[in-house]
Design a protein around this ligand. Structure first.
Ligand SMILES: Nc1ncnc2c1ncn2[C@@H]1O[C@H](COP(=O)(O)OP(=O)(O)O)[C@@H](O)[C@H]1O
Ligand SMILES: [Mg+2]
Length: 448
């Protein structure tokens, strides 16, 4: 039997059956059923348990398709802590490279030749440092070949073509870092413009989730100087998030608990200072620790984001499990919504698109873009459409109550319930088609 140089211990230790086990080829079925090849991005819920640690990954590809799939996997936010580089030249290039350089945590090698892969793996083993894992990507669907690879200590074999998310899942499986079931989900709410009701929607949805699911929800008011969450819930909330950013590294579950203000059953607020006595020049990574700690302590974290485009705000949108965009039905809202959707598509290539809420629809005397046209123009179905209701929302804001408390059976209350169900996965959107329409058709016929 050949030597087993690649992380021998790991390969020999009995593995608990995992959800990743089905990634391993079985070879007795048709090729397309061997390796999961989801054409669609996976639902957000499927990825919440995946975590990939700060490992270094080098890929040596033999085809452009596999290289592109690895590049796409590397861009996935689940892989954001990993450091991935992709090279061409296949396993031969890897052997050459590691004659001079130390090996990383994981080497991904693709080979189009099965015989070549087997022999070259032996040469690769000679230049591999202990502890390095090897994931092979091949084009051969054969059980004897697979067994041969496994005998050589390969950690995993994937059959090409590979889907980016299958790669992410397989790599997560190799590092066994699935997060505990109490890991929270993060929903970032942002308005396409200021004043479109994004904070109002975020607070109402948070309040509704807390009531409907009876699980803890934290609202973090990220609009440090002007945030209104404390006013909206009629609580005297103190400095809240202001202290969390003083020394982000110091933040832990105990400190977070101390900074929270209870504002209902299952609902707490990490309030914004809401004062102008200092300026808030926030660094890019300031809130990473907050997300980590909050995710470990509550099932749901709602980020009420200001209408801001900074390094930290972009990072929060990238890091969230779901992004909820709120827009008013006007041209600027349409342009900005389209820009945000495009940004998110590019920054989160393997995630589902954001949820889109059209708010303040039907304001008397205001010319508006029709919800249907708005959805067609941005090519995204609306998760909810909330009517303009000055009395309901004005009363709620002035009383420090939620809109649904003012009129429980209103269209707005129903919309908040629907958004909350969609986000928590209680009731997926069904039977709605994504319109395919061109932005120019709206710009060609402005509805002003
Ligand atoms: N559907 C609605 N109908 C009427 N007024 C609304 C509606 N949604 C929000 N508002 C009001 O719009 C104002 C701005 O809301 P806010 O949530 O602060 O916006 P943003 O966070 O997007 O800047 C608030 O006074 C709020 O009460
Ligand atoms: Mg706001």
């Amino acid at each position: 039997m050949p030597d087993m140089p690649f992380d021998l211990l790991n390969e020999l230790s009995p593995k608990a059956p995992s959800r990743h086990a089905d990634v391993r080829p079985r070879f007795t079925v048709e090729p397309q059923a061997v390796v999961p090849r989801a054409a669609e991005p996976p639902p957000a819920l499927a990825r919440e348990s995946l975590r990939i640690p700060r490992v270094t990954i080098h890929a040596f590809c033999d085809s452009l398709d596999v290289a592109a799939a690895i590049e796409s996997a590397a861009a996935d936010r689940v892989m954001s802590r990993a450091n991935t580089t992709v090279h061409q030249g296949g396993i031969a290039a890897a052997i050459e490279f590691y004659r001079q350089a130390p090996t990383p945590n994981l080497i991904v090698v693709e080979s189009r030749s099965s015989a070549g892969l087997i022999t070259e793996l032996d040469s690769l083993a000679e230049v591999c440092d202990a502890g390095t894992k090897v994931l092979a990507v091949g084009h051969t669907n054969d059980i004897a070949f697979y067994r041969e690879l496994m005998r050589r200590g390969i950690s995993e074999y994937m059959l090409a073509p590979v889907q980016p998310f299958s790669l992410v899942e397989t790599i997560a499986g190799l590092y066994g870092e699935t997060t505990s079931s109490k890991l929270g989900r993060v929903y970032a709410f942002m308005g396409a413009k200021g004043g479109v009701g994004s904070s109002t929607v975020a607070h109402n949805v948070a309040w509704t989730i807390a009531r409907r699911v009876s699980l803890d929800v934290i609202i973090a008011d990220m609009d440090l100087p002007f945030g209104t969450a404390g006013l909206d819930f009629n609580v005297d909330a103190g400095v809240g998030i202001g202290e969390a950013i003083q020394d982000p590294a110091r933040l832990d579950e105990v400190l977070l608990d101390r900074l929270l203000t209870k504002c209902g059953n299952n609902l707490s607020l990490l309030a914004a200072p809401g004062t102008l006595d200092r300026s808030y020049d926030i660094c890019e990574g300031t809130f990473e620790r907050l997300l980590e700690v909050a995710q470990a302590s509550v099932p749901f974290l709602i980020l009420d984001m200001p209408h801001l485009w900074t390094a930290w705000s972009r990072n929060m949108l990238k890091a969230a499990d779901e992004v909820v965009l709120t827009a008013a039905p006007d041209l600027a809202g349409l342009r900005n919504t389209k820009s945000l959707i495009d940004f998110l598509k590019q920054a989160r290539p393997n995630d589902p698109p954001p949820k889109l809420i059209l708010n303040q629809v039907g304001m008397p005397k205001r010319p508006e873009i029709k919800p249907r046209d708005f959805a067609k123009a941005v090519q995204l179905e609306l998760t909810a459409c909330i009517p303009f209701d000055a009395h309901q929302f004005g009363t709620a804001a002035n009383n420090g109550q939620m809109a649904a408390e003012i009129t429980g059976k209103s269209a707005a209350a129903r919309a908040f319930a629907e958004v909350s169900d969609v986000l928590t996965g209680r009731q997926p959107l069904k039977g709605r088609r994504t319109p395919s329409f061109n932005l120019s058709s709206i710009f060609g016929k402005p509805k002003r």
